[in-house]
Design a protein. Structure first.
Length: 291
């Protein structure tokens, strides 16, 4: 699921600016962009994120501006580069205005530190608090998106259940039609050869039973109920949904293989099974966004 959060936190050593952006991903994929002061804390941040997020491609950007108390003056080359870039852009685009010193002084690295900022426990604690706050904001975004996705998945699940009910209603007629057609075909192939009617009926019944879709429909309806339960249960559902949808897809494929050659009723069953399969595929696409 997608989301974004940005947090600022002031510390005695300086100001932390932290942003977290997430997009859809099958697993948890973390990419850090940290200043040198935070390099020792990457493992700590990974553990913190894994406690709050299970799936997603996350981009974590952080910057650190040392406090003026820890600085001995302006970074003159950086200030000169800022002013030069401002005036060059203004001249190129025909704009008026002067560089804003307040903006320039807030740029990361504008103040030169007397000594490197120590990456100690206090800074780690402040960074952890900022990350926790950012992840809570991020997850609120993700929860809203997840609720909308789950609502659509429930609608598609209900459509699958309706298709299964319709297939069950016509299954009996389709089986009888299959037995009738099978007997006629066997008689035509035998061309009057002597075969006991009882044996003919047994073979037709056996082949019809192998073409019956009752078990597949029962399992498909059971799976739709399980899918609803997963969506209602909360927690980590993405991987469980993926497995369940594989099973549902397998049932519809079996139904499609069994309903060929049943004439008009078979075409109706095939259409319903294809509709159910399409809904399963759409749910599967959406399940990749859920955690």
């Amino acid at each position: 699921m997608t989301g974004f959060a940005r947090v600022r936190r002031a510390t005695p050593q300086g100001e932390i600016l932290l942003s977290v952006k997430s997009v859809n991903h099958r697993g948890l994929d973390l990419h850090f962009h940290l200043p040198p002061e935070f390099d020792p804390f990457e493992g700590f941040l990974r553990g913190l994120i894994k406690h709050h997020v299970a799936r997603g491609h996350l981009q974590i950007h952080a910057s650190f501006t040392p406090s003026t108390a820890a600085a001995d003056g302006l970074n003159e080359p950086l200030l000169a580069a800022f002013v030069a870039a401002f005036r060059k852009a203004a001249a190129q685009h025909g704009l008026s205005g002067e560089p804003d010193l307040n903006v320039a002084l807030r740029l990361p690295g504008m103040f030169r530190a007397e000594v490197p900022v120590e990456s100690g426990p206090e800074l780690e604690e402040a960074l952890g608090e900022a990350m926790t706050e950012a992840l809570e904001i991020l997850n609120r975004f993700r929860e809203r998106e997840g609720a909308a996705i789950a609502a659509e998945m429930r609608q598609r699940c209900a459509a699958i259940a309706r298709s299964a009910e319709q297939m069950e209603e016509i299954r009996g007629r389709a089986t009888a039609e299959f037995q009738k057609r099978l007997k006629e075909r066997m008689r035509a192939l035998l061309r009057g050869a002597g075969v006991e009617p009882q044996r003919l009926a047994q073979e037709a019944a056996l082949l019809a039973d192998r073409s019956d879709i009752a078990e597949e429909l029962m399992r498909l309806k059971t799976h739709t109920g399980q899918l609803e339960g997963l969506l209602d249960g909360g927690g980590e559902t993405g991987k469980k949904l993926d497995f369940l949808l594989q099973e549902m897809n397998r049932e519809t494929n079996t139904i499609l293989s069994k309903t060929s050659g049943l004439g008009e009723l078979g075409l109706t069953l095939t259409g319903l099974a294809l509709a159910a399969k399409a809904e399963i595929d759409k749910i599967r696409e959406q399940s990749l966004n859920l955690e």
